[in-house]
Write a protein that binds this ligand. Sequence first.
Ligand code: AMP
Ligand code: MG
Length: 326
Amino acid sequence: MDRNSIEVEVALKAITAASALCQKIASDLAGKESILKSDRSPVTVADYGSQAIISKCIKDVFTEDTIVAEEDSKELRKPVHSRVLEQVTYYVNELIPDSSPEKICSWIDYSSHSLSDRFWALDPIDGTKGFLRGDQYAIALALIQNGFIKLGILACPQLHVDKNQPLGEKGCLFLALKEKGSVQIDIGSGEQRSLSVSKVSNPSEAIITESVESDHADHLFHQRLAKKLNISKPSLRLDSQAKYGIVARGEATIYLRVPSPSEPGYKEKIWDHAAGSIITEEAGGRVTDISGHPLDFLSGIKMEKNQGVVVTNGILHDIVLETMKM
Ligand code: AMP
Ligand code: MG
C-alpha cells in the first residue's frame, strides 16, 4: 500500500468529511443531545453521523470489507430518540444529500462485531466525554489485515497543529502506513509533515500523557511511577487517541493507561487503539500492554490478552515497564 492507494484516498476522504460534521455539531449546542447507552457511556448525534458517513464511504468502494465500529442503530431507532435521529439526518444530509433516516441507520449497521481476515476498525468519536466538554476527541479508523494494522488514520479536529504552540491553530490528521512512516496533515492548510518520536533517553526529562477521565486510567499509579522515574514536568491530560498523536510527534514521551481501580478488569477495545498504535509505532515509538505484550487485534472487539496500555518513544519503554513492577 502506498500513500496514493485507493484505501488511503477513501479513508482520508471519509474521515475528513466526518471531522467536518463533528466540528459543525460541536459548534451547534442543539446538536449535543446525547443518549446514554446500557454501559452508561454517552453517544451523541455526532457519533452516529460520523459512523454513518465513514461506513458508507468505505462500503461504497470496498463492498466486501467488514467494518467493526463502536455504534449500532438500536437505540437510535427507538421512538423516544426520534429527535436525535432527526438531527443526525439533518447533519448527514448536508454532506450526503437525500440521506433518509432509514438509510442512515442502515449505514450505521454495516458494522459487525465479528472480525474477519480484512476489516476496518472504526471509532466514530473516540473520547465522547471530551467532545461533550468541548475538549479533545478523535475519529479513528484503521485497516487490519491478517492481524496486522496496514493503515491508521486519526482526525483530531481540536488538537493544535504546532506542538510548540498549544494555543495556536487547531485541527490535524495523523496518517500511518505499515513500514512507510507517519505523517501529520493540518486540516486547514493541508500542510504535511513527517513525524518522529522524542529522542529523550533520560526518563527524568520525559513528559507523560494520560486520560482526563479518572475512570479510564489509574492517575495515582501514574503519579507514583512519575516520581520513581524523577519526572517533574506535569502530565498532559487529554481525551481520546490524540495521546498517541502527541507521542508520535514528540510532544509527549510516555502515554500511560494503567487500568483504573474503579474497573480493574477492563478490557480495551480494538477501535480505541488500532489507529493510534500504528501512528506512534511508525513514528519510531513502541506500544505494548502493561506486561510488555503486544496489543492483540485478532481475538475480537476486546483485546482479551492485554491489560492496560504503555506507549513510549521506544528508548524509554523497558525502563518504564521495569519501574512499573517495583
Ligand atoms: P480516553 O479519552 O483516553 O480516556 O479514552 C476514551 C475511551 O475509554 C472510550 O472510547 C472508552 O471506550 C474507553 N473506556 C471506557 N471505560 C473505560 C475504562 N474503565 N478503562 C479504560 N478505558 C475505558
Ligand atoms: Mg473510543
